[in-house]
Write a protein that binds this ligand. Structure first.
Ligand code: BDP
Length: 685
């Protein structure tokens, strides 16, 4: 039991949970690879979950489209609004037949996975009436995979893509990867790192990407590539990459044509430009819109899209990095081509354990905006800390931009409803690698899973998703799922507490981003240090982003801004993100700020102890191998939560000179000892 089977284990259900044996319906009228997969998956699931021989009068399941199944065609089901990916699952009036129907074969496959999920989680399946349509069109994993198979910010081994042996050798794992994605509705994968190499757009690499596309296609997954903006120079022999230069435009058009020849359903390009040293249109005095539109024109005739990232910050360092994305994109609202999606991180800094929503959401009604989240836990303890990210994403999706009055949530921006976007996108930076358990830990699989489910429905409940995942991955027994889900739901808050409580952010070790580093200062850029963000001194702590400070709040709509600026309104979870306050500031607990800070640090450590205790009681429901792995990781997390707490308390105390609140243990080591702790070989940098 190494976790390879993910949430698709199909082990026999406890007797009490087995529904009547079922048999798949008769062969369909016509078939396709996706339909064969759907049929095969159903058979595999049913026989795994209930190994008993089906009785002669067992209920049947019919699956198909009106084209592939006479029964489905004859039923005249309301399929019209299901689009290309939605499905219906319905038990017919005879009570004996359940149909899984869709307009397309991939819709049927999605429906089969849904049906199997119901069985796996012990839900009733004898009287079904389910209708599901994805709310977001592009549901993509972004792999930050390099061509040498290292994975930037990856903590689960090497890249799955064996570039060396591709295109000839097709590792069966590619199919398992695609199947897992299809089971949660992911329909695209950007294969290579946003810090891209031009090599990935050369003929040999296009052939390799085409082999992956062939493997993924039956599962409804398209491939996309990150494009390096200076490719016309590096592989096109040109002197410039100026997006308004005719030769440059011709290069990209020819490149797109070449790619589509090899991959007729190629999805398009993802671009990181003029950010962290990457080349971009601004190098030529052009705008993001100029760059994006040029590429959009190249892929447009083939049906492709361009995802242009808003994670930008320039060489000139502004007073507040949080303001830069908005400043560079907002003025160009309405100037991006229809097949461009501006891809915006959930928060304005960089995937911190907690960030308020990015001010661009709600601010670009005339530009397709997509949401990018980080599934891999670069800033939340890599793969050894247990942090279920569903609640973090739900928090941002539920945040109210007030762009069109109350209820203008980020979810409604992202699913296109608020502004009528023509294309909608959710992208997740993948946490997948060659580790047998795919994600580097058992519980990190839940983040991959939750990302897919939330991309399908950004208004879904992260708790319900956790329950499904825990039931499918470990055991549907409620005595297991109750405590396991409680653990998961509290886990991200625990990390916030022991790393960056009360709105603090960017306090981690330099460059590898592992472990505490609130003292980090100096070096290349001020906005790569911790002191830039916490601004602690003898008098107080926090980043003043109100009108008296950087005024980043002004980038939000007035009601949202007021909610952040007004000390009587702000949720304390965001307090020090927006305010610089005296150490004595009275928080809502009644404790002065300093005492509250220390209390939260310690609470984080105690939460991890709580997870350990809870996990120990769950041993009867989990195989010993996976139980032990989780227990070992929790022990690492406990130790490191303590390290975060002690190092942070020691550092901030050295600044403010204040005593610890009563009952709080002093850090066992002097500050210098924490400062000296180094982790030079952290993976995935
Ligand atoms: C940061 C990562 C860096 C990425 C960058 C990005 O530290 O490795 O290249 O984001 O999103 O979080 O481009």
């Amino acid at each position: 039991e190494d976790g390879y089977d993910l949430w698709l284990r199909y082990r026999p259900l406890p007797q009490a949970m087995r529904t009547e044996p079922r048999i798949p319906g008769p062969p369909s009228m016509s078939s396709s690879p996706a339909l064969d997969l759907a049929q095969g998956e159903l058979q595999r699931g049913l026989s795994g979950l209930n190994p008993d021989e089906p009785g002669l009068d067992a209920p049947t399941i019919e699956l198909g489209t009106p084209k592939s199944s006479a029964l489905v065609a004859g039923l005249k089901l309301p399929l019209k609004d299901l689009g290309d990916e939605g499905y219906l699952i319905r038990t017919l009036a005879d009570g004996k037949t359940t149909v899984i129907a869709a307009n397309t074969d991939i819709g049927v496959l999605y429906g089969v996975f849904h049906y199997l999920r119901l069985m796996q989680t012990g839900a009733r399946t004898d009287k079904l009436d389910v209708r599901s349509v994805p709310k977001v069109r592009y549901r993509l994993l972004n792999h930050w995979d390099n061509l040498d198979r290292s994975v930037e910010r990856g903590y689960a081994g090497q890249s799955l893509w064996d570039w060396w042996r591709l295109p000839d050798v097709k590792d069966p794992r590619y199919l398992d990867y695609a199947r897992a994605n299809a089971s949660i509705g992911i329909n695209g994968a950007v294969l290579n790192n946003v810090n891209a190499k031009s090599d990935s757009l050369t003929a040999p690499y296009i052939a390799k990407a085409a082999a992956l596309a062939d493997a993924f296609r039956p599962y409804g997954i398209k491939v996309y590539l990150s494009a390096r903006f200076s490719s016309p120079i590096e592989i096109g022999g040109l002197k410039t990459a100026d997006p308004l230069d005719p030769a440059v435009r011709a290069f990209w058009k020819a490149k797109a044509d070449e790619i589509y020849k090899a991959i007729p359903d190629f999805g398009g390009f993802l671009v990181k430009a003029n950010s962290e040293g990457q080349p971009g249109p601004q190098d030529y005095g052009r705008t993001h819109a100029d760059g994006a539109n040029m590429l959009a024109q190249a892929v447009g005739p083939h049906g492709g899209i361009v995802m242009w990232r808003a994670f930008v910050y320039s060489h000139e360092q502004p007073d507040d990095r949080a303001k830069q994305g908005y400043a560079e994109f907002k003025p160009f609202d309405g100037q991006f081509a229809e097949n461009v999606i501006v891809q915006v991180k959930n928060g304005a800094i960089d995937f911190q354990p907690r960030e308020p929503f990015h001010p661009l959401f709600g601010a670009m009604p005339k530009t397709n905006l997509g949401l990018e989240v980080q599934v891999t836990k670069e800033y939340l303890g890599f793969s050894t800390h247990l942090a279920y990210l569903g609640p973090m994403w739900e928090e941002v999706l539920k945040a109210d931009t007030f762009a069109a009055g109350p209820g203008s949530t980020v979810a409604k921006v992202v699913d296109g409803k608020l502004h009528g976007y023509s294309r909608t996108l959710m992208a997740g930076v993948a946490n997948i690698g060659t580790d047998r358990d795919w994600s580097g830990s058992q519980f990190d699989q839940a983040n991959w899973y939750a990302f897919g489910r939330l991309a399908w429905d950004p208004e879904a409940s992260s708790e319900a998703i956790a329950r499904d995942w825990a039931a499918m991955t470990f055991s549907p027994d409620r005595r297991f799922t109750g405590p396991a889900v409680a653990m998961m739901m509290g886990s991200r808050e625990a990390v916030v507490d022991y790393m960056t409580p009360i709105g603090l952010h960017h306090l981690m070790g330099r460059s590898h981003h592992y472990g505490p580093g609130p003292w980090v200062s100096g070096g290349e850029r001020a906005d790569w240090t911790s002191v830039y963000y916490h601004k602690a001194d003898k008098a107080g702590i926090g980043f003043d982003r109100t009108a008296s400070g950087s005024n980043a709040v002004a980038q939000y709509t007035p009601p949202a801004a007021a909610g952040f600026s007004d000390l009587s309104k702000i949720d304390e979870k965001d307090l020090l993100w927006f305010h610089h306050l005296p150490w004595t500031y009275p928080t809502r607990s009644g404790r002065p700020l300093w005492d509250e800070l220390v209390t939260r640090y310690s609470r984080g450590v105690r939460s991890v102890e709580g997870m350990q205790a809870s996990w120990a009681t769950l041993a009867p429901y989990v195989d010993p191998e996976r139980h032990a792995q989780v227990a070992i990781y929790l022990a690492i997390q406990r130790r490191e939560a303590q390290w975060w707490r002690d190092a942070s308390v020691a550092y901030f105390q050295s600044i403010n000179g204040l005593p610890l609140p009563k009952g709080e243990a002093p850090p066992p080591l002097p500050l210098e000892a924490y400062e000296r702790m180094q982790f030079p070989y952290a993976p995935g940098i």
